[in-house]
Every structure is written in C-alpha cells, then in structure tokens.
Design a protein around this ligand. Structure first.
Ligand code: NDP
Ligand code: A1CAB
Length: 268
C-alpha cells in the first residue's frame, strides 16, 4: 500500500486536534507529518512530537501528498494563491474551513484538484469529536478511506453530500458553542438563586453528559425523554412552558439559519 505523508497549513486548534489523532492512532508516524504556520513558535510543540516543521506552505506541499488546509476561511484566498503552482493531481487537499466549497478551491487552484471537504468540531481535541466528510469525484476510494480513518481516530464520522456541508455546520461544527452557552445560562441562573457557581457547574456538566448518554443509549426520542422528566403539574413543565413562551426552539432554529447564511457568505 502507498505510504502517504500528511501536512497541516496552520497550526491552530483544529490542526492540533487532528494531528494528535493521527499520531495516537498510528495512522501516520511523526516523520510522515509536516506542519507550517506563519508563527513558527506555534509549530514547536509538534516538533517535540517528531513532526517535521516546514518553512513555507510551498515546502510543505512538496513534501506531502495529503494536505489539511487548517486556516480560517478568510485566509484561504492567500494560501491557495501561494500553493497553486505546486499542487498537482496527486495531492489530496483536505479543507476544514466553514463555507469554502470544493468548487471554490478547484477554481482558485486552477484545475480539478482532489478535495475532501470536512467539518470537524472542537471536541476532537479530546478524541470525542464529530466530523462530517464529503469527497469530490476525483478522490479515490482508498484516499478517502485514509482521510475518514484519520477523523475516526478523533471521534465519529458521517459522510454527507457536499450540498449539505454548509447546513451541517449548525448541527455539530458550531453547536458546541450553543451547549456552552446553555451551560453558562444555567450556571448564571443558579448563582442568581444563591447557589455556588462551582457546585452548579459540576451538577450541570454531569447532567449534560448523562443526558447525552440517554439520547444515545435509551432508544427513546427527545420528546419521550422530555416526558420522562416532566411530571404532570410539576416543575419541569413550568420551566418548559416558559421556554415556549420566550420562543426557545425558534431562537435555536434562527441561530442555525444564521450559521448557514454566514457559511454561504464566507464561501463567496
Ligand atoms: N474552531 C472550530 O470550532 C472549528 C473550526 N473549523 C475550521 O477550521 C479552520 C481553522 O480553525 P481554528 O483551528 O479554530 O483556527 P486557529 O486560528 O486556531 O488556527 C489557524 C492557524 O493558522 C495560522 N495562519 C494564518 N495565516 C496562515 C498562513 N498564511 N499560513 C499558515 N498558517 C496561517 C494562524 O495564525 P494567526 O493566529 O497568527 O493568524 C493560526 O495559528 C477554520 O477554517 C475553521 O472554519 C472547523 C470546524 C470547527
Ligand atoms: O465559527 C466558525 O466559523 C467555525 C466553524 C465551525 C466552528 N467554528
């Protein structure tokens, strides 16, 4: 089987998470991984793990056949312009940026290069991530399998058509922030009722974990699980009624629409 080398342009949060997964799973060894960041010091922790630090994105493209574009969407035009003369039809570009389509990358590179579009999330940092993947026709099944294995090493993966890759960001890419926002609101609410914030945080974090396990393992729908909590005439129903009145569901759905709209704007 062909030995692949993987490179990361950008050494930020997501690159670090994916790179750790690659090393821990043994899919790639340190010497098969390259990294480049405009701030060289960001690469130092990876150099200590045996990863090769490159002096430019072009040097990295020359050394690697799989390349994770791990920079912000706003930086993509500049990076793609820089690497376009060096990318060949043997490279697989792995794009994790919100909103950036395969067509956008191919048009910037100047030919139908191989692209796997990926939407990961930050829990990848703990090996507990969720990733959506879609592949363009020119990527081979074996190349796609390697990319899929790479992200499976950091959590679960789902394969989606590219047409859904903007909308899915609201489901698992950005949604960790909604969960943290809910946690903050609950902890702040607890403090307003005189409860110690650390005690509230401890109890609510365990509640999030337990509720996620119920959703995953009970075989029951969210509505059935809500019913299990909400006793007739009880406290939960009083809380849910207030949520209905203040438009909780609509607020979340509007937030998701805003997320997708922003992804579409970033890809223009
Ligand atoms: N964070 C998240 O929850 C998720 C992010 N993503 C996507 O992942 C991508 C990366 O996000 P994230 O890891 O959070 O971002 P970070 O800002 O943590 O990492 C990006 C890194 O790239 C560096 N950089 C900037 N310009 C260049 C360049 N020209 N060449 C090389 N490196 C460069 C940045 O340096 P400097 O800071 O100095 O600019 C920074 O160190 C984004 O496209 C985002 O849409 C996808 C899913 C979830
Ligand atoms: O906020 C963003 O644009 C990125 C994409 C998904 C999560 N963070």
């Amino acid at each position: 089987m062909k030995q692949h080398t993987i490179g990361f342009i950008g050494a930020g949060n997501m690159a670090g998470a994916i790179l750790n997964g690659a090393l821990q799973s043994g899919i790639f060894k340190g010497e098969q991984i390259c990294i480049f960041d405009v701030l060289e010091e960001k690469c130092r922790p990876f150099a200590q793990k045996g990863v090769v630090v490159c002096g430019s994105s072009i040097e990295l493209i020359k050394k690697c056949d799989m390349v994770v574009l791990a920079v912000k969407p706003q930086i993509y035009p500049g990076v793609l312009e820089e690497i376009k003369e060096t990318v060949t039809n043997q490279h697989v570009l792995i794009s994790i940026a919100a909103g950036i389509s395969t067509g956008y990358i191919q048009s910037a590179i100047g030919f139908e290069c191989k692209v796997v579009r990926v939407m990961p999330n930050t829990p990848l940092l703990l090996g507990c991530g969720a990733t959506a993947l879609s592949k363009c026709a020119c990527v081979t099944d074996s190349e796609f399998q390697i990319v899929s294995r790479l992200f499976s090493a950091c959590g679960i993966v789902e394969i989606l058509p590219e047409s859904q890759m903007n909308a899915i960001i609201a489901v698992h890419g950005s949604s960790p922030a909604y969960v943290y926002r809910l946690a903050k609101a609950v902890i702040d609410g607890a403090v307003q009722q005189g409860i110690d914030s650390q005690v509230a945080a401890k109890l609510f974090i365990q509640t999030i974990k337990g509720s996620a396990m119920m959703l995953e393992q009970s075989g029951q729908t969210p509505d059935e699980l809500i019913q299990m909590v909400a006793s007739p005439g009880g406290t939960t129903l009083a809380a849910l009624r207030e949520m209905d009145e203040t438009g909780f569901d609509e607020s979340i759905q509007k937030a998701m629409e805003a997320c997708t709209k922003r992804a579409e704007e970033l890809g223009k």
